[in-house]
Design a protein around this ligand. Sequence first.
Ligand SMILES: [Zn+2]
Ligand SMILES: [Zn+2]
Ligand SMILES: [Zn+2]
Length: 328
Amino acid sequence: MKTNTKIPYALGPDGDLVSAEKAERGVVYCCPSCERSVSLRRGEVRIAHFYHTNNSDCSGESVIHKTAKRLIVEAVEEITRGGSVTLELLCENCDAITARSIGMKSITRAEEEVVIGDYRVDVVAFLDENPALCIEVRNTSEVTCEKAQGLDCYWIELDAYDVVNDSMVWRPVASALKPVLCESCKEEARETIDILDKYGYPRGICSTVFRPGQSPYIVALEECWKCKERIPVFWWDGVPFAQDTPPEPRPRTIQYRYSKQYGGSYWMNTCPRCRGSQGDNFLFLFGGGVLNSEKLFLRKEEQGDGSVTISSGRSVFNNFIRTMNGGL
Ligand SMILES: [Zn+2]
Ligand SMILES: [Zn+2]
Ligand SMILES: [Zn+2]
């Protein structure tokens, strides 16, 4: 029925995918989905494409899905010939696009429709005999979470149309991979670790990125307002103006101190060099605060009537200003 399906790639005489732009006239090409012969349409105005000459029940979606799988396998073949695929991931810390190139050291071949455990995977890339990366191709159906969790392998999901556009750049729409940091976050993490070491903080007491499951403390660097040194300051689930004792092991510079500005005591960051208090308002609440990030959540307050006020972002700041102005 659907003779109007636009087919971007078709199978040439040797079984390889050929794009409509590069197809030769007078050669027979076949649909990658139903394998019937297709015709080429290429002109000044229209985007070049193949189409079914005879009525076909082959859907555009299945053509795109099969083409994308095939192109991924061909991209991996390109890797084995010395090429490389760019994998675009998001930095775990700042969400910046971080490109990694995949070469022969990570992938040596790929196969379509491989069964791994209980699942059939669209494409599996192997490093020698071992599955290195499972690749699912999405066009209509999303990969179920259950499937992704059941795979005991690194896994990415690519958009079929993205792959058809450019099969050498992979931009996962979902993934289960080792987290990556961009160059500038990596550099900052290195500097942070150096400074933590310099002041003798135990290794592993905090994390340089937001991983609450790994460590209760997240560290950032700040210039001490008093001695002007670059010092580590910490976030934990309890700030701002924490009254409860922070989790152990606690960085020794988090101390319970009185703040005149706040009008009471709370657990706060202090300078490892000059011992100066680093107020929560400057760290967590003001716009330029080093730990003022949307990823870091702030304290919830139980009200007397059982309701909960989420003290985060601007509302905490406003409350703080109100407190300072004497409850206006
Ligand atoms: Zn077809
Ligand atoms: Zn980053
Ligand atoms: Zn200081």
